[in-house]
Each structure stands twice: as C-alpha cells, then as structure tokens.
Design a protein around this ligand. Structure first.
Ligand code: CA
Length: 182
C-alpha cells in the first residue's frame, strides 16, 4: 500500500476540530483547498446555556453540502442540534424530526436547494448535558461524471466528493464508502 494512503487515514489536515471556537463564523469550502472539514462539540461535556451557530458554504452556487453526524450525545428535553438548508428559518430545517436533534443517533443529510448549511447548537440549564457531537461537512459536487480523472470520488449513495478523502477514516460520504476502493 502506498505510504500516502496510510498518512491520509491517520492524519486529518482538513479539520477545524472545536465548534465552540468557530461560533458565528462562516467557513467556505473549496474544491481545491478545503473540500470538507469536521468539528466537534466537545471533547468533554458541553456547557449549559450555550448557543453556537456555524455557517458552511460551498464556493459555487451549484454545489451542495453533505453533513454527517458521526458521533452524537445530546441530552433531550431542551438541548438540540439544528441543521438548516440556506436560511436559519424553521421552514428550512433539515433535521425536522426531534429524534434527530438530540439523543445518540448517527445520520447524514445533504442540503437539497442551496450551497449553504447552517448548524446551530443550543443547550438549556436543566442540569442535563451530554458529550456533544462530531460532525463532518463535505462538498457534494454537482457533476454527473464524478470522474477520478477530475479528482472526484463517487460514494455508494451517489454523492460526489473530492478524491482527497478516498481511503480516509472519516465518514465523508455519510455511508462510509470513502473507503470502498483504496
Ligand atoms: Ca440540558
């Protein structure tokens, strides 16, 4: 196995690990320099009465964003993770069902109509907290060919991501098929 592949699997240069350090920021993903990133909240119990909003944009309007909740532990009954497509508006909520806003379920989503995802975390002060979450975001390139020649990789769920992530240990596709052909 080429050594580069091993390095990719163990080393994440495309990370910005702590969401609480990124609150109110906008991160723009770019096919050449930053086709995806991930962050966690937190490595420990999250704080009470905490509110953090992070915006992730694709660099072109036709791109879509794949959001993968890779680990989740959010206390239900007040604390929640809200994920919006384009606008922070109840009508644009992607994880509308409350069982996807708290608890321990892992899942993935894609923005259906814009190149922007808004991620909001809210906690209350009821004394119940969890360990938070780890969330990956990647550009879903809107090209039908999704060719390796263009440095792209087609996930089994048909999403098209940067080939940079192929063989990476992070779940960029949502279905873990970034490891499918190494
Ligand atoms: Ca709480």
């Amino acid at each position: 196995m080429p050594s580069m592949v091993v390095m990719r699997a163990t080393h994440s240069m495309y990370g910005s690990p702590h969401m609480d350090k990124q609150c109110d920021k906008t991160i723009t993903l770019d096919g050449d320099t930053l086709p995806g990133t991930y962050f966690s909240l937190t490595s420990n119990k999250y704080k009470q009465n905490f509110n953090c909003i992070l915006t992730i944009k694709g660099s072109t309007v036709s791109q879509r964003i794949i959001i993968v909740i890779d680990r989740m532990d959010i206390a239900c009954g007040g604390d929640k993770l809200l994920i919006y497509d384009g606008h922070r508006d109840p009508k644009s909520l992607l994880n509308l069902d409350e069982k996807f806003q708290c608890g321990t379920k892992q899942y993935y989503l894609r923005t259906p109509s814009t190149n922007t995802v808004i991620i909001e975390f809210i906690s209350n002060n009821d004394g119940k907290v969890g360990n938070g979450f780890v969330l990956n975001v990647a550009i879903n390139f809107p090209v039908s060919t999704c060719s390796r020649i263009d440095n792209l990789y087609r996930c089994k769920n048909l999403y098209c991501i940067s080939n940079i992530f192929n063989c990476d240990d992070r779940n960029w596709c949502g279905d873990n098929t970034q490891k499918f052909v190494c």
